[in-house]
Design a protein around this ligand. Structure first.
Ligand code: FAD
Length: 367
């Protein structure tokens, strides 16, 4: 059987794989993107809140903090340059009790540690701007925004292709083995068909499984995958808010918050539902009860029956529900000792915001 030689194979055409493809193609490398699905961007990248995060919550010095802040600025500039629809609408993190005011101060201090300035507002100031809101205080994040993530991915792909990259869909990587300084890759269960100098594993929720399929990669360098589903409900009526509204965060997620799409429609979520398998994206309508209760803490005007089940995404976790949230994990040869392989693990939120910064980092690892 014929075996094609290629410089770089990227596994997964989500927002991160596409951003890496663009960076490497622009740097002059020969790039082939292998995507299991029928099209690019149908995984986690199309099942999120489409928020450009400011960089507020992540531990200081973490990859999440660094890449979010750097990626956010790069992303706004990219959107301007390439005509990707976005809006810097701002976000309010609201305290609904005096006890939560202390949480706001902690969040403000953590954000400052990441170089992100938030304004602490009296509740009355937030309510003057968002009259339907109930709160005793709020943090205002002027740098938070929203983006049309599909247009963004289309622009990334266009840029990558302009520099010679090729996307091949319906091509699931099913096995890899080392052959000297090359990686031999099997696709769709067929005999190995590709030989690559560099492989970037950007398969998100499947990244640990893909890493396990590489014979020769030491098992201790492959984290266990955990899955935290996030369910969304939409509002059947017009959005009562013009900014994003978040409660103080809860373990595993940011609390049931309100985000807006670029058409001004409101959606609530994602909540946190730990699941064993990353296969079922249906939204259980019964979960609405918890949404009503959580949302009414900051929007008491929510009518019964106003929420409709919408969609769900699955967070590619590498830490268990009982453990603190893990950082992004981007393991190159200096970590696992196998030349030519970069594994991206745990690229959950803010992976969309951070995508351009992640891409630069990956490009640096294999330069
Ligand atoms: C509920 C939720 C809300 C979020 N909200 C935000 C937000 O508002 N802002 C933000 O910045 N981030 C957010 N994120 C995070 C963001 O969506 C992700 O970090 C980002 O989309 C990850 O992109 P990716 O390319 O790594 O993954 P994906 O988009 O999942 O792409 C991986 C691709 O790999 C393919 N693949 C898998 N296995 C194989 C294989 N063996 N061979 C070939 N291809 C394969 C898949 O089909 C898929 O297309 C959110 C995430 C979730 C789950």
């Amino acid at each position: 059987m014929r075996m094609d030689n290629i410089d770089t194979v990227i596994i997964g055409a989500g927002v991160v794989g596409l951003a890496v493809a663009r960076a490497l193609a622009e740097a002059g490398r020969e790039v082939l993107i292998l995507e299991a699905a029928d099209s690019f961007g149908t995984g986690t990248s199309s099942r999120n809140s489409e928020v450009i995060h400011a960089g507020i919550y992540y531990p200081r010095g973490s990859l999440k903090a660094r890449f979010c802040v750097a990626g956010r600025d790069r992303l706004y500039a990219f959107c301007e340059q390439h005509g990707v629809a976005h809006r810097r609408c701002g976000k309010l993190i609201v305290a609904t009790s005096d006890a939560q005011l202390i949480e706001l101060q902690k969040i403000q201090a953590a954000a400052r540690g990441n170089g992100v300035e938030l304004e602490l507002w009296e509740g009355s100031r937030a309510i003057a701007l968002e009259p339907q809101l109930r709160c005793v205080g709020a943090l205002h994040s002027p740098l938070t925004g929203i983006i049309d993530s599909h247009s963004y991915m289309l622009a990334l792909l266009g840029q990558a292709e302009r520099h010679g990259a090729t996307l091949v869909c319906k091509s699931r990587v099913t096995g890899m083995r080392l052959e000297g300084a090359r990686v031999v890759i099997a696709v769709n269960g067929e005999e190995p068909v590709l030989r690559a100098r560099t492989v970037i594993n950007s398969a998100s929720i499947d990244a640990p499984r893909v890493a396990r399929s590489l014979a020769g990669l030491p098992a201790e360098h492959i984290p266990r995958a955990y899955f935290a589903k996030g369910n969304y409900f939409t509002l059947s009526s017009r959005s009562p808010f013009s900014r994003l509204v978040y409660p103080v965060p809860e373990p595993g997620g940011l609390g049931v918050h309100l985000t807006l799409d670029l058409a001004g429609r409101a959606r609530f979520g994602p909540d946190v539902q730990w699941v064993q398998e990353a296969s079922d994206y249906r939204v259980d309508p019964h979960r609405a009860q918890k949404f009503y209760a959580a949302i009414r803490t900051y929007w008491p005007g929510l009518d019964d029956g106003a929420l409709q089940p919408a969609y769900a995404g699955i967070r590619p976790k590498i830490s268990a529900s009982s453990a603190p949230a893990a950082d992004f994990r981007i393991d190159g040869p200096e970590v696992h000792g196998v030349p030519g392989i970069v594994n991206l693990f745990g690229i959950e939120s803010p992976g969309l915001t951070a995508s351009l910064a992640i891409a630069d980092y990956v490009a640096g690892l294999i330069r």
